[in-house]
Design a protein around this ligand. Structure first.
Ligand code: ZN
Length: 277
């Protein structure tokens, strides 16, 4: 199943168009795209019964963040070997965790204001939590995931590194620094949800290209490790880390510029387009 946020209303996205969940369910489920994660298992089972309705055409420009108000947003640093290497940092022995404050979340065709000329891109696969998770064993990790979406972990590098200690959370939380979308796709839709191609580009300029099979800590491992400490909540997001190719470690550096459109994709989910202003 693919679900989205069409002008603030939860929709099921099918090849033939979109179905409004509140209408299709006669009010059994609410229109709020964030609220559905509180009743995820019930919703998924209902949707699996293939309720029939009349789909309306999808206008991708009207899609907003599919998870608009996550209670918590986790980011994982240095989770691909090639990215740790380009950053000149050791392969982590446990996940490097920071937060992106939830107010930084925006949609799949957002305009994002660049606060400086040192803003970097990081294509990431984003996992959406579907059940409250506390001390989950790694073999059960996937069962706590509602679905997957595409994200950019936009990062202001000067603030991130200039102080006496790194400022990951603040430097990655300017307004609009967490664009996600276009839809959330349930794990059963993928041949192998542990091996997905992802990347980003500006026009014809390829910036990053990778595969989530190269994650040091995969999604089940992240659910297990994070939930040893923090209780994961329905509707939380986990930005799983970025592969090599970020702008800051290039010679010369390649930061985002006003007027550019950053296109980010994960195969099997779709792409988001972020306009930088
Ligand atoms: Zn990142």
């Amino acid at each position: 199943m693919r679900i989205g946020n069409l002008d603030g209303r939860l929709v099921i996205v099918r090849d033939e168009g979109v179905l409004d969940v509140e209408e299709l369910s006669d009010g059994l489920f609410p229109a709020d795209p964030q609220a559905i994660y509180q009743r995820w298992d019930e919703f998924r089972d209902w949707a699996a019964s293939h309720p029939q309705g009349r789909p309306s055409p999808l206008d991708p420009e009207r899609l907003r963040a599919p998870v608009p108000r996550p209670p918590q947003v986790f980011g994982i640093g240095l989770n691909y070997r090639d990215h740790a290497a380009e950053a000149g940092l050791a392969i982590p022995e446990e996940p490097v965790v920071f937060t992106k404050f939830p107010s930084s979340v925006t949609g799949p065709s957002a305009e994002v204001t660049l606060p400086s000329d040192k803003v970097d891109y990081e294509i990431e696969l984003v996992a959406v939590i579907g059940r409250r998770a506390h001390r989950v064993p790694v073999e059960d990790g996937w069962s706590f995931i509602a679905g997957l979406t595409v994200g950019q972990d936009l990062s202001e590098r000067e603030m991130q590194w200039r102080g006496t200690a790194p400022q990951f959370s603040l430097a990655k939380s300017f307004d609009g620094f967490a664009p996600i979308g276009p839809v959330v796709v349930t794990p059963d839709e993928f041949d192998n949800p542990d091996r997905l191609d992802l990347g980003c580009r500006i026009g014809g300029e390829k910036l990053q290209q990778g595969n989530t099979g190269d994650l040091i800590f995969g999604i089940p491992e992240l659910v297990a490790r994070l939930s040893q400490v923090v209780t994961l909540l329905p509707g939380d997001l986990v930005f799983t880390g970025t592969p090599a190719g970020v702008g800051a470690t290039r010679t010369p550096p390649r930061f985002l510029r006003r007027g550019e459109v950053l296109t980010s994709y994960v195969t099997g989910i779709g792409e988001i387009r972020t306009s930088l202003v």
